[in-house]
Write a protein that binds this ligand. Structure first.
Ligand code: CP3
Length: 346
């Protein structure tokens, strides 16, 4: 006998505009190194990238945090940099440091990688989606994702993460037409990729623009809003009802313009955003998701409880999905995650 009065997971009801108390919760990087069961599977896979391309193991780590904590949404285990890899760019991860790519700095390299664009590279990820869908209960939503064109381009140009995204900025200032070609390539590959994820069974997709905060208003319009708008349009041309969350991290006061222009269904919020502004100017437009500081979660204690209460107080009056403002830190104690869940669901 079931008590359920609604068919949809609460996560999707909030995305559709309902206010639900207590709010649904999931965490960015919820499948990750803070979990011993993740570390065990990753060791079995060999490396992070081998794990991303192993459908059986990637599905397993996607489901681990759902089994342990009962989050309201699962997020596909993969990485935003599989798109450059599918475009033919060499990608590897340096243990303890992060991603490395062979930089795309000139027209010759771009022509080379665009000639090699290959959707088959991503087929194992699509198989992961199918497997997770089969293993997921009806009450849990399933999130697919890609990186936003601007953020992916910053890695493609610099060949690694860069604090101020200078190499990408230097390139768009020096040769905007070339940078536009690169962005267009990413937009088209990402649109196909998101459509395939939707066709394989995700309920919603999130676009991660981790470096949106480093652009001034004009560059933000040109390199964040415009390409994201085109990505959303391409996905909805094929899947008119596609649900899309836009996370322009660090964009702060530019987020309302981003939401209006791109047509995303919900907005992710960084830790640093002003809560009054987010409630009045963003939550009034679309449901919001965020924004607990991962450092506060790691520290735990009464400060964690107080912060959760303050966030619920600020955003609980409208459609809100509880999350972190960025990914969980690998050395976060598991009991702190348990306390977070208890505080959010209290
Ligand atoms: O949220 C999830 O659990 C889903 C899986 C996911 C990963 N990366 C797994 C991952 C998602 C959605 C991402 C997105 C991603 N990847 C972003 C955007 C979000 C953000 O964090 O800003 C970016 C910029 C990347 C690129 C990337 N991947 C970097 C910079 C790093 C190194 C930093 C780090 O934490 O080590 C990665 C590696 C990565 N991606 C790990 C995981 C679980 C750690 C890999 C490991 O097991 O060693």
């Amino acid at each position: 006998m079931s008590m359920a009065t609604h068919d949809e997971p609460i996560f999707l009801r909030v995305l559709a505009g309902e206010t639900i108390t207590p709010p649904p919760i999931w965490m960015m990087r919820q499948a990750g190194r803070y979990l011993p069961e993740y570390r065990a599977v990753r060791a079995k896979a060999g490396s992070f990238l081998e794990l991303c391309y192993n459908p059986e193991l990637a599905a397993e780590v996607t489901l681990q945090p759902i089994r342990r904590f009962g989050f309201d949404a699962a997020i596909l285990f993969s990485d935003i940099l599989v798109i450059p890899q599918a475009l033919g760019q060499k990608l590897w991860f340096v243990e303890g440091e992060g991603p490395r790519l062979e930089p795309v700095a000139d027209h010759g390299r771009l022509a080379e990688i665009s000639r090699q664009a290959d959707d088959a590279t991503l087929s194992p990820v699509i198989e992961t989606v199918q497997r997770v869908r089969q293993g997921l209960g009806r009450e849990t939503a399933f999130i697919g994702f890609c990186g936003a064109p601007w953020t992916v381009a910053t890695y493609m140009v610099a060949g690694r993460g860069t604090p101020g995204q200078e190499p990408a900025k230097e390139l768009f200032n020096r040769d905007p037409a070339f940078f536009q070609q690169l962005i267009d390539l990413i937009v088209e590959a990402s649109a196909r990729y998101l459509c395939r994820q939707i066709e394989a069974g995700v309920d919603v997709v999130q676009i991660f623009d981790s470096w949106a905060g480093s652009l001034g208003p004009e560059d933000f319009q040109r390199w964040c809003i415009a390409p994201t708008q085109r990505l959303v349009t391409l996905v909805r041309a094929r899947h008119p009802k596609a649900r899309i969350i836009g996370f322009a991290r660090g964009a702060g006061r530019l987020i309302p313009a981003y939401v209006k222009a791109t047509g995303v269904d919900a907005a992710g919020l960084e830790t640093e955003i002003d809560r009054g502004f987010a409630r009045d100017e963003i939550q009034s437009l679309v449901p919001i998701q965020g924004h607990l500081d991962p450092l506060v979660l790691r520290a735990g204690g009464p400060e964690l409880e107080a912060e959760v209460a303050a966030i619920r107080e600020a955003f609980g009056g409208g459609p809100f999905i509880f999350n972190l403002g960025h990914g969980i830190l690998p050395d976060t104690p598991i009991p702190h995650v348990e306390r977070l869940l208890a505080a959010v669901r209290r």
